[in-house]
Each structure stands twice: as C-alpha cells, then as structure tokens.
Design a protein. Structure first.
Length: 127
C-alpha cells in the first residue's frame, strides 16, 4: 500500500510503500557491507535507514503547496532505489531526509517500548 506525505524542507510530496521483511533484511545487509570493523551501531542504523528510505520511495513531486497536494494537483515522477542511491540530497533537504528516516524506522523497526508493551502481562509460563 502506498502512503503519501508532504515534506517540510523541500516542499516535495512523496509516495512510499512499507517494505517487506526480505527488503528490510536486504537494507540491513547492504548497510553492513558498506561499513568497516570500526563502525559504530549508530552508523549501521543510519546506513540501514538510508538504504530503507531509498528502497521505500516510489514517486516524488516537484515542490508543491500542501493544498495542491490535497486537491490532487500534483505531477508525480516515478523513482527507484537505483535512481535515489547516494542521491537523496539531490531531491531532499537534510530535514526531509531525517523525516524520511524517522518514517522508515517507525514503520520497520520495533522499539523497546513496543517490546515492553507486548511482554507486559502477556508472557505465559510453559511447563
């Protein structure tokens, strides 16, 4: 399912899709290969999120007013991970990229709070 958002920095609209388990794992693998032994967990997470953003974006618009987006007055450009790889900055501002990474993480990575919520009172002892 495609979702549509309007980004605050560039004013571009984006259509993106939630990734499959296999696609998320591919993002993690690509991020791991690109790093060195000295890389930190934060660098890995950042690289995986960037790979995920590149993979989940399906279409972008030129800068557009939010009202025009809501009225459907937008011309979409289809894009793929190959086209976006290493070129997010050509399309988006740093603020946009951070927003997109946050969306990727929110939709694809479980948080400690979510795990705690799952486990609260729901773990059953098994004999």
């Amino acid at each position: 399912m495609k979702s549509r958002i309007h980004l605050p920095g560039s004013g571009r609209a984006v259509r993106y899709e939630t990734l499959t388990v296999e696609q998320v794992e591919k993002c993690e693998q690509l991020a791991a290969v690109a790093l060195t032994k000295e890389s930190t967990v934060l660098e890995f997470q950042n690289a995986a999120a960037r790979e995920g953003v590149e993979l989940m974006i399906r279409e972008v618009s030129k800068p557009v007013a939010k009202a025009k987006l809501e009225a459907g007055e937008v011309t979409w450009e289809k894009v793929g991970a190959e086209q976006l790889h290493g070129k997010l900055g050509d399309y988006f501002t740093p603020k946009d990229i951070n927003a997109l990474k946050s969306i990727y993480l929110r939709e694809h990575v479980v948080t400690k709070e979510e795990v705690d919520s799952i486990l609260e009172g729901k773990v059953l002892e098994v004999d």
